[in-house]
Design a protein around this ligand. Sequence first.
Ligand code: UDX
Length: 436
Amino acid sequence: MKVCMVGTGYVGLVSGAGFAETGATVVCADIDATKIAKLRAGEMPIFEPGLDELVARNVAEGRLAFSDDVPTSIANAQVIFIGVGTPMRPDGGADLSAVDAVALAVAQHATRECVLVCKSTVPVGTNVRVKRLVREAPHAVHVVSNPEFLKEGDAVNDFLRPDRIVVGVDPEDQFARDVMARLYHPLCLDRDRIVWMDPASAELTKYVANTMLAMRISFMNEIAALCEKVGADVHQVRLGVGTDARIGPKFLYAGPGYGGSCFPKDVNALVHTGREHGLELDLAVATELVNQRQKGVLFRKLRHHFEGDVRGRRVALWGIAFKPRTDDIRDSAALTLIDALLADGAHVVAHDPEGLDNARARYGDRVELATDPYAAAKDAEALVLVTEWGQYRNPDFERLRTTMRRPLLLDGRNIWSTYQLGQMGFTYEGIGVRAG
Ligand code: UDX
């Protein structure tokens, strides 16, 4: 099967390399020639565990190539994936100009009957819009919706071992159905994972999944605030409710608010779609509202410890990325905290195992960036844990206590709540948990 993946961002690159791994012949195409040149030289534009090995192996074995010649890559393919970006417009809708450009290129350059798959996260109705753009093509173009559910930090594993594969295809389109079934067959050897549906439902599924996960987090963040008021512990409440099989244990962790490129954008996009159709999706609206508020929680707690004035205080952050195992800092709660601290005149020093380059690009020398976590904490009047990287889970507390100017630990992920930190001389505060 000859596949062309247009767009070498997060989704395009991981999915392109993933299809190559399953035996397809894949060209990942992008109009950004610099990026393609780097990929050809083996340089990954993102940090994602296992991705460089996956790419290197499939390039070496001749199944994966990179090209900045999008028309030729399209002309040679049986299946063309749209994996380009769909950034949020100021009104909350998605900017579909890159999607449109791929559809028009397929209409113009396809040399045979082919399948065009929307893999980018696109609003409901995009499938119809793309169909319209390829209607006049000289060869039949079958349009399919196949949203991606990759998690950053675990994307390679998610691609190769998916819970399910959602494929939206018109019921009468047997050609597209056969091609998609063949393409995904290697990922369905032990059981059929494809959930077939109509294109609009497939498009909506992506937003519903992400909004429902975001909703669970926001609800637990609200409950964490209530726990603090009533003297309960959100950690125990989570265990209590998460063991109900109907609820399940995942995505129930209170924290500093969800971030990343997906949840905030997708919740807003769902709200926007509702409004376009005259519906106010109140739960989705509240999910984002609670999250916005939650992103200020670490700063509010910190300010409280400093009697409302953080000016001139040296505050250390552990973690800048929106979650562990990624260098992605987009919409991270750490940014909200850093911005607030800088605005109030604090001195911010931060460590992150992978996110320092992105932080430097955003803050320049306004934030001191440390390559060693203990160097960041040295002389600090507070240490705020923002991202639960594995290396922060069991630190040398004694070293922290003796080198920090003031032994205040603010744990945004509750990873230290079970240590007896009070007895060790720390002031400890988590999110909705009792001090250890
Ligand atoms: C998400 C979806 O999980 C994925 O299926 C989709 O394709 C893209 O969006 P991702 O953005 O990579 O993936 O991150 P995810 O692991 O879902 O975490 C999102 C945010 O929620 C992070 O900031 C994380 O720290 C936060 N989170 C997650 C919590 O605060 N509590 C939790 O219990 C789980």
